[in-house]
Design a binder for this molecule. Structure first.
Ligand SMILES: C=CC1=C(C)c2cc3[nH]c(cc4nc(cc5[nH]c(cc1n2)c(C)c5CCC(=O)O)C(CCC(=O)O)=C4C)c(C)c3C=C
Ligand SMILES: [Fe+2]
Length: 424
């Protein structure tokens, strides 16, 4: 933890102190600018309202602000918000200096937007002959606990003088049986994970980064998510996925420093000194055959998962948090195969979201789970567990259709920029 963040909860609680640090007008401040209202508007609109709790069990704390700076990027161990906009980018320039300049600009914009301020000089009030710096759709909205998390894909490391800097842990994912990966929904040189309680805030952030990056990056694919399917706060109510089951019961808690160090945060000894304090992200778009699932009997559904549907209790137990008895589950139950005891102790921090992208032209919902998982070692984490899930009874009801793997660098210190440990 940096000195500054050491005494703070993940959601910044103070208003006056942080307001003093805010450099620009808030989104609300811009709208309400005029006379004495400006200062008050700046403090409020920067999203600096106090929130009673730092977990995600409370009603959405629109306006809550999650600090951008720190040893680790926000959006990994911090409490999971309700909405996602994830985007993967191709770098379209061959000029390293332009890429670095864009990362600096992105960082400044990300600092502003996660604090509830507009990008650049804002959406209004500037030169009327020039396009505004900010696209404007988040004017009047609070920070909404927005987090922006950047990652670098394997394809970035063959260029820009980064040859030899690719971490050994950033492996290409192998082909898994049943994969039907669409290249148009896979890969990417960079990714940005935007999470917020308000979907408009998340979409606004990605849109403005894409706009700033024009000529340097172009969006390769993106995914919206509407309901978290995991939690980093075990005391909070566990969310449900599109199959109706509680999802995220057994996850790495965002407050458990020992587990985070063991399973999530990379160290210099892991092979890449620039990744110390970072993590590795696996993203998978997993389509669910919802209609088939909905015609499956309740007992069979519960056997497939290995937990009951109502309470989320493991097979043979009563309560969600009761210790699992793997032998009480069918040999091909999802939880049994994914459990650390079946995988040499492997644990990943899941942070996925449900998605529904309309229908597929055959009258079926194009819905599922946009699976996001952070880990210190992709081979020992996702790859190990996914291999084990080759025997999963759930496979009859799901298909992996998109994929990406990214090195997520450590957090940014004040005055630094996204990826500075890699590029400088
Ligand atoms: C490779 C990793 C995993 C993939 C891919 C995956 C897909 C997937 N999972 C569900 C639903 C549930 N998963 C649950 C638990 C669970 N899943 C994984 C890993 C992957 N899941 C792990 C590591 C665990 C925890 C195992 C444990 O330690 O007990 C559960 C149970 C509740 C919970 O603990 O989260 C559900 C439900 C779906 C629907 C899905 C693909 C669409
Ligand atoms: Fe799972």
């Amino acid at each position: 933890m940096t000195e500054e963040n050491a005494e703070k909860t993940p959601v910044e609680k103070t208003s006056t102190e942080a307001a003093g640090r805010a450099t620009g007008l808030s989104r609300r401040g811009v709208l309400g600018a005029g006379g004495a209202g400006v200062l008050a508007g700046a403090a409020l609109g920067a999203g600096l309202v106090s929130v009673a709790r730092a977990d995600d069990s409370a009603a959405p704390t629109y306006g809550g602000r999650i600090p951008f700076h720190g040893d680790h990027q926000a959006g990994i161990a911090t409490p999971v918000q309700d909405r996602l906009h994830f985007a993967a980018f191709d770098v379209v320039t061959t000029d390293r200096a332009r890429l670095v300049a864009m990362l600096r600009e992105w960082t400044i914009a990300a600092e502003a937007m996660t604090a509830g301020r507009p990008a650049g000089r804002g959406a209004v009030g500037g030169n009327v002959l020039a396009p505004p710096d900010d696209t404007g759709e988040a004017l009047g909205l609070d920070a909404s606990r927005l987090t922006l998390t950047i990652g670098f894909g394997p394809s970035l490391f063959g260029r820009f003088g980064l040859e030899g800097r690719r971490p050994a842990a950033l492996v290409d994912l192998p082909h898994f049986p049943g994969d039907r990966l669409d290249p148009a929904r896979s890969g990417g040189d960079l990714c940005v994970q935007a999470c917020a309680d308000d979907p408009q805030v998340a979409v606004h952030a990605v849109r403005n980064l894409a706009r700033i990056g024009f000529g340097v990056v172009s969006v390769r694919w993106s995914q919206l998510g509407f309901g978290k399917t995991s939690s980093t706060t075990p005391d909070a109510q566990t969310p449900r996925n599109m199959m109706g089951f509680k999802d995220g019961t057994e996850n790495v808690p965002g407050t458990d420093a020992a587990q985070l160090d063991e399973h999530v945060w990379a160290t210099a000894e892991d092979g890449a000194d620039w990744m110390a304090g970072g993590s590795y992200l696996v993203a998978r778009r997993i389509r669910m055959h919802i209609e088939t699932w909905d015609r499956t009997g309740l007992r069979e559904q519960e056997d497939i998962i290995g937990r009951d549907k109502g309470e989320g209790a493991p097979r043979g137990r009563q309560k969600e948090r009761d210790k699992v008895i793997l032998e009480a589950m069918k040999p091909d139950a999802h939880v049994r195969l994914a459990h650390p005891d079946t995988n040499g102790g492997a644990k990943i921090l899941r942070r996925g979201y449900s998605f529904t992208d309309g229908t597929d032209g055959l009258g079926r919902l194009d819905a599922g789970l946009f699976f996001l998982a952070y880990q210190r070692n992709v081979t020992k984490g996702f790859v190990q567990i996914q291999k084990s899930l080759g025997a999963d009874a759930l496979n009859e009801y799901i298909q992996h259709v998109g994929s990406g793997v990214f090195a997520v660098p450590p957090g940014v210190a004040k005055g630094g920029f996204w990826g500075d440990t890699l590029f400088t």
